[in-house]
Write a new protein. Structure first.
Lengths: 167, 596
């Protein structure tokens, strides 16, 4: 029955405290704080949620309630090369679902998961404003347009090769 | 007061402005069904999310049906609560709720007293059109903690528990999580209650309409213990149980059933039937002496004395300050709760007296409380791993045992508690409600300090059901400032005042449940009827008035145990057996020095 102490890297702890301060530690800004924290860390680990709860003086359960409600927030770390497949209307009618299935098969992943080697993660999003190129997928900031399921293998290979070259 | 006139089911009614359609209909005797809506009038408890939509009604000139529990009455409104459109909509709402709810009602702990089951009966549900197809019910593991069982597949998202945990108690262990079918009320990261700030007050269980939150049931263990010829069973009964147990057998709320309760426990086969009221008197001797001790030092000029002294009888409250205000844990009295004092004496003094080895004694408590189950499992309240209290059962569990044993409770004769741990005073019985512990303490402290008899035993100024109360008691010239809070949210207010240096109190009594133990989470369910709680409250003070002795220090059996065994209050032996210590259990995020 001891005090529960959660450990966190100094720079991470300081950055989250700074984010909370930027929003005046206002509980009403919880979603903005979570956005900024996820921007910084790539995901929202339990420790980060505990610290945000402490700074904003709200229960951790409430923070987790919001994180688990919105599909945008994730508690799984994103891969080094995060893949987002657009499922917006234009992409969808031009076969985005087949593109998504091809990525799932190629990487053996479900949406929201990350490969065990930490290289790739798979998410969906709604419209990147490149409907003329539909169907569209993004890897990091790079946009791939007019995709066919057969292109998926090459895209994945491109990053695996890049990784091998850097190694 | 401004009022509005409206028509409900062709009948006119006038209500104060701001009244909901639900309340206005109740005034006409129209019982609109509800599920998520919950209120305890006069105790500051209300849950009105308007979420379940069971209470929808048709309002003329409005396109959509309106939820009666959150829609305010307007002048000239014409409301229909039973049109075909309403009935169909309500039934669909219920069927949708049932489509994500298990239908194994026969095995459910709530069967027979489940509000969802009541609705299904009322609406005549015979089949569910929404089962099947792509339907996926949520699948959570059943979680068992020392006090509470959580079966989240049965959660209907009424969010009453969340309201109790966050608004009433400000504990913050529970929140709505996830969305769609998996949406339930749970802890952060859906972790075990043991790893959350849960105090086990059980108010979530007290308000849960379905079987999602229930108490840990020890009834089969009790039956086994009684049947074991190698064990001596000793049972104690808390004060609040005697003013509520009768409800489980159809008796009027507020009926005092002490005699029948004693007879029932003897009929169940307990070897010794004793009273927690006895150890409540003992608590007053210890806690009262501690209060006088701290006050005397303080008045002599020692400003380092931890004041105000806070009561420590309520285990949920102890959990609360250990989690939320650990830096102030020198303030509460170190006296154990009456349950634990009883257990400690039963397994030492009494065990020696009857020549029974500690491990051959099974000590059972009947409590209005679920946190008591957790309390008796605490390591520091065990001797070599053997707990002072083996099992704590709720008032509801006792009722189940009595029914199981074919005992006709209402026909039982009145019997008396056994001696020597059964004698008690009026001061002890008022432990069962808010303000009672401090009143009992003041009755004794007054006479010990002044060495004069109390001019008036009843301290009306300490009684009532307002969440936070204060009073100044004149102890022969010494002005004693007393604070009282029930409900942990109210306790928090007093604690923050102390923290900020704004508190003028010398002593504060805190109970975690609204109304105190009379509305503990182990009591018969009140389903939002606060008249039941008020009836129990009155019964507690009636029981006090009926006692021949009404001050703890005049209890002859208490006087005897000090003479014979304990020595003096707060003496060496008392400290060993009757006092405890508290822990810092706060969760904090700190820098990991190892990983830089």
């Amino acid at each position: 029955m001891d005090k529960i102490i959660i450990k966190m890297k100094k720079e991470v702890r300081e950055k989250i405290i700074e984010i909370c301060n930027r929003f005046n530690n206002n509980p009403g800004e919880l979603i903005n704080v979570l956005h900024a924290t996820q921007d910084f860390l790539g995901y929202l680990p339990a420790e980060a949620q505990e610290l945000i709860a402490e700074c904003l003086h709200i229960p951790t359960a409430k923070v987790y309630g919001v994180v688990s409600f919105y599909a945008f927030f994730t508690m799984t770390p994103k891969g080094k090369y995060p893949i987002s497949v657009c499922l917006g209307t234009a992409c969808y009618v031009r076969g985005a679902e087949k593109i998504l299935d091809a990525f799932k098969k190629e990487l053996n992943l479900e949406v929201g998961q990350t490969t065990p080697d930490g290289l790739f993660s798979l998410t969906c999003l709604r419209c990147v404003g490149a409907c003329g190129l539909a169907p569209v997928a993004m890897v990091g900031d790079k946009v791939y347009g007019r995709l066919a399921p057969a292109d998926v293998k090459n895209i994945v290979k491109e990053y695996k090769d890049l990784e091998a070259a850097n190694a | 007061m401004d009022t509005v006139k409206l028509t409900i089911d062709n009948r006119e009614v006038e209500v104060p402005k701001g009244t909901t359609i639900l309340k206005a209909a109740q005034k006409l005797g129209i019982d609109i069904p509800t599920l998520c809506h919950f209120e305890l009038e006069g105790l500051g408890v209300h849950n009105r999310p308007g979420g379940c939509r069971i209470c929808v009604v048709e309002v003329e000139k409005r396109r959509n049906l309106a939820p009666a529990c959150v829609t305010e009455c307007m002048e000239g409104m014409v409301v229909k609560t039973n049109s075909i459109r309403v009935i169909n909509a309500r039934k669909t709402v219920l069927e949708l709720i049932l489509s994500d709810h298990p239908s194994d009602c026969l095995q459910c702990a709530k069967s027979g007293r489940c509000e969802l089951q009541d609705l299904a009966i009322r609406f005549g549900v015979r089949e569910n059109p929404y089962i099947g197809g792509n339907h996926e019910m949520s699948s959570y593991q059943v979680e068992v903690s020392p006090s509470i069982i959580r079966d989240m597949n049965k959660c209907v998202m009424c969010r009453r528990c969340e309201t109790m945990c966050n608004e009433m108690q400000t504990v913050g262990a529970l929140s709505a999580i996830e969305r769609g079918f998996p949406a339930v009320v749970s802890t952060a990261f859906n972790q075990h209650l043991d790893h959350s700030p849960c105090t086990f007050c059980g108010q979530c269980v007290a308000v849960c309409p379905v079987g999602a939150l229930t108490e840990v049931d020890h009834t089969s263990k009790i039956i086994r213990a009684i049947a074991d010829p190698t064990k001596k069973t000793v049972v104690q009964v808390a004060p609040a149980v005697r003013v509520a147990l009768g409800e489980e057998f159809g008796m009027e709320p507020g009926t005092i059933v002490t005699g029948k309760l004693t007879a029932a426990l003897k009929a169940l086969g307990f070897d010794y039937v004793f009273d927690t009221d006895w150890s409540a008197d003992l608590t007053i001797m210890e806690e009262g002496t501690e209060l006088i001790g701290r006050l005397t030092k303080f008045l002599a000029g020692d400003k380092s004395v931890p004041l105000p002294i806070l009561t420590s009888c309520c285990p949920a409250w102890v959990n609360f300050f250990e989690h939320q205000f650990p830096e102030m844990r020198d303030l509460p009295s170190t006296a154990k709760s009456p349950q634990q004092m009883f257990g400690a004496i039963a397994k030492s003094y009494f065990a020696e007296k009857i020549g029974c080895k500690r491990e051959d004694m099974i000590s059972v408590s009947v409590m209005p409380c679920l946190a008591k189950k957790y309390e008796c499992s605490r390591d520091e309240l065990k001797v070599n791993g053997n707990p002072d209290v083996d099992y704590s059962i709720s008032t509801r569990e006792l009722a189940r045992l009595i029914k199981l044993a074919n005992i006709d409770f209402t026909a039982l004769p009145e019997e008396k508690f056994d001696s020597p741990l059964g004698e008690s005073t009026g001061a002890a019985v008022i432990f069962g409600t808010t303000g009672g512990v401090i009143e009992a303490a003041v009755r004794t402290a007054y006479e010990v300090i002044t060495k004069k008899p109390l001019p008036k035993i009843d301290f009306e100024e300490l009684r009532g059901l307002e969440g936070v109360r204060s009073a100044t008691v004149d102890v022969d010239g010494l002005k004693l400032n007393i604070g009282i809070a029930h409900g942990l949210g109210n306790a928090r207010k007093l604690l923050e005042d102390i923290k900020a240096g704004r508190s003028q109190f010398h002593a504060i009594e805190i109970m975690a449940c609204p109304g105190g133990c009379i509305d503990g989470a182990g009591q018969p369910q009140h389903h939002g009827n606060s008249d039941i709680i008020k009836a129990r409250w009155e019964a507690i003070y009636r029981a006090d008035r009926e006692m021949p002795i009404r001050k703890s220090h005049e209890n002859p059996s208490i006087q005897a145990i000090y003479k014979e065994y304990l020595g003096e209050p707060c003496g060496h032996k008392s400290h060993e057996l009757l006092h405890t210590h508290y822990f810092d259990r706060q969760t904090t995020v700190e820098v990991d020095v190892d990983k830089k």
